[in-house]
Design a protein around this ligand. Structure first.
Ligand code: PEP
Ligand code: MG
Length: 591
């Protein structure tokens, strides 16, 4: 689609994180690697095309050599991987064959490279050798790197961007997003991405507006275009007309005032209108977020997602490194509790230094506790650090993605091994800490009563529970409209979990993003839930809702809600019954 500079373009996407920002576009163009086009070249162009390819290889290789040189010596495992890549740049299979394909088939270098790397990938996959199969990742990474130079889309390091801009990216991984420097980046938008993805969770904790799932933003936006990002309604406006600009500047001011008003109330207790105290806790990814979480009025840390430490370091941390971080966190929170969730990698949080087998369905693959049970040394290291940190404060332990009782039993066996090692090593530790299971897979809901016999508490992870119950990929914009927290099936799952926890007398909290949206609060409070953990930026708005809510009314509404059979009807009922006290809806035009 061609655009004129003066033309205002509006693209609707998915709200990633609320707020409005206005600024210049800065394209972090990773899309070239995905959207390769084929075109034919003439005989006379072949040499030039091959030179273009060789040039891209040379640049990619020298960039790679620079990374190897800058690597710490103790990262020898990474060094091996990178050195393997160095050889692959000039490997006959990739390099030689691409040159042959350009000259034999008279096609552009990008298409030739894509074709060859696909073939190599297919060939490796057929070899019945696990080690060789894992090498397929190396080939993909090397050919992606060359491709990015070919299409002029070499990776821009987000942490190096030094202008006040709005990022426009094809896709941003949670690790990319966590590199964002707040004083530089005003907001960001992406072509891909869905609701409650991990990238959106990071954006919310950074408190910058973002819109995902725009589909074609990187095609339409050019560097330095003026953009308006309306994260609350999921809208991107490119080169706005003057009156649109004025309108949004005004809305931006009102949004800031609204947030400031909410924040001023954040020290007030989370007590319903009829006097029932609730517990509002924060979900965090980094220790640095603790101060913000406290400012927003979080009592405890209800979910510490530990994987970001592993993603940022780009290697597996040592026991002492983990201990240092956990200790820092619990000392900052003392005497309040910190729920440490064990490593939840893979799915959409793939560790760049992990050469695992490529999975067709990573969300259904070797993710979270499944990965940890297969890689027990990593798991033991984490448990040891957690038990050691527990000697200094109030820690709870949470295991993600539990899908059967056997898993939790195996987890306990690994915990015992960690304890034995700590005893052998004469280290100070405390193993008597509450153990919780995340309820985020439908099977866990179905067997909640059995699971409850194995653990001290449940934490409902609705981000994944919605994904897995409704078969909606959290990161896929095509199905984002079907990702609905108020789906009757999801509500039934939550109710079943609540009933099981109550029957077995164990604690229950909800730590999915569902708890952070005020519209869901009457339903959750009506069910009887009292402990919520959320992105800390959501606490003030949820607290305002709670302080205006009557639990008897919520219980009555819930009775009606549980008889309704569509999201639309449920939404209508909540909007009707709670219109007066709903702080705002994501698409509220007044903000
Ligand atoms: C969840 O799934 O709801 C959850 C809190 O975990 P995460 O978002 O990290 O997958
Ligand atoms: Mg989850």
């Amino acid at each position: 689609m061609k655009t004129l500079k003066s033309e205002q373009i509006i693209i609707k996407g998915i709200s990633g994180s609320p707020g409005i920002c206005i600024g210049k576009a800065y394209i972090v163009d990773k899309e070239g690697v995905d959207l390769i086009k084929r075109y034919w070249i003439t005989d006379a162009q072949v040499t030039k095309e091959i030179d273009r390819f060789k040039n891209a290889v040379a640049k990619a290789k020298s960039d790679h050599a620079r990374i190897i040189d800058s690597l710490d010596e103790d990262l020898s495992e990474n060094l091996n991987i990178l050195e393997t890549h160095m050889v692959l740049f000039k490997d006959k299979m990739l390099y030689g064959k691409t040159i042959d394909t350009i000259s034999n088939e008279k096609i552009n270098a990008e298409w030739a490279l894509k074709k060859v790397s696909r073939k190599v990938k297919a060939m490796f996959k057929e070899i019945d050798d696990k080690y060789l199969q894992t090498r397929v990742n190396d080939i993909v990474q090397v050919s992606d790197k060359i491709m990015s130079y070919l299409v002029g889309a070499q990776d821009i390091k987000i942490s190096d961007i030094n202008k006040r801009v709005i990022l426009v990216a094809h896709d941003l991984s949670p690790a990319d997003a966590s590199q964002i420097q707040l004083e530089r980046i005003k907001g960001f938008v992406t072509d891909r991405g869905g609701k409650d993805s991990h990238t959106s969770i990071v954006a919310k904790s950074l408190k910058i507006p973002s819109v995902f799932g725009l589909g074609r933003a990187t095609n339409v936006v050019k560097n330095d275009d003026i953009l308006i990002v309306d994260g609350s309604s999921g809208t991107l406006i490119i080169n706005p007309y003057e009156n649109t600009l004025f309108e949004y500047e005004d809305r931006m001011t009102r949004f800031a005032e609204y947030m400031a008003g909410l924040e001023r109330e954040s020290h007030l207790p989370a007590v319903t209108k009829d006097g029932i105290p609730l517990n509002l806790m924060a979900n965090i990814e980094l220790v640095e977020e603790v101060v913000g979480a406290k400012d927003y009025g979080a009592t405890d840390i209800g979910l510490f997602r530990t994987e970001f430490l592993y993603l940022d370091l780009k290697r597996f941390p040592t026991e002492d490194e983990l201990l240092y971080k956990y200790k820092e966190l619990i000392e900052l929170m003392n005497p309040h509790s910190v729920t440490i969730r064990t490593l939840d990698i893979n799915g959409d949080k793939v560790n760049p230094y992990l050469t695992t087998v490529e999975e067709a369905n990573p969300a259904l693959g070797l993710r979270a506790v499944r990965f940890c049970l297969e890689n027990q040394d990593i798991f033991i290291t984490q448990f040891k650090a957690i038990f050691r940190a527990a000697a200094f404060g109030n820690i709870k332990l949470l295991i993600p993605m539990i899908s059967c009782v056997e898993e939790i039993i195996q987890v306990k066996q690994v915990m015992n091994k960690a304890v034995l090692e700590l005893e052998d090593e004469n280290k100070v530790f405390n193993k008597d800490i509450p153990l919780g299971a995340m309820i985020e897979v439908p099977s866990a809901v179905m067997i909640a009563e059995h699971l409850a016999e194995q653990v001290d508490f449940f934490s409902i992870g609705t981000n994944d529970l919605i994904q897995y119950s409704l078969a909606i990929d959290r990161g896929n914009r095509q199905v984002a409209h079907l990702y609905q927290a108020l789906n009757p099936a999801v509500l039934k799952m939550i109710k079943m979990t609540y009933d099981a926890a109550k029957k077995k007398d164990i604690d229950l909290i909800m730590c999915g993003e569902m708890a952070g949206d005020p519209i869901n609060i009457p339903v959750l409070v009506g069910m009887g839930l009292t402990n919520f953990s959320m992105n800390s930026a959501s606490i003030p708005v949820v607290k305002r809702m709670i302080r205006n809510l009557d639990t008897t009314k919520a219980k009555n509404s819930l009775k009606k809600i549980m008889t309704l059979n569509s999201v639309q009807e449920i939404l209508e009922l909540i909007l009707k019954e709670y219109k007066e006290i709903l702080p705002f809806t994501e698409t509220d035009e007044n903000i």
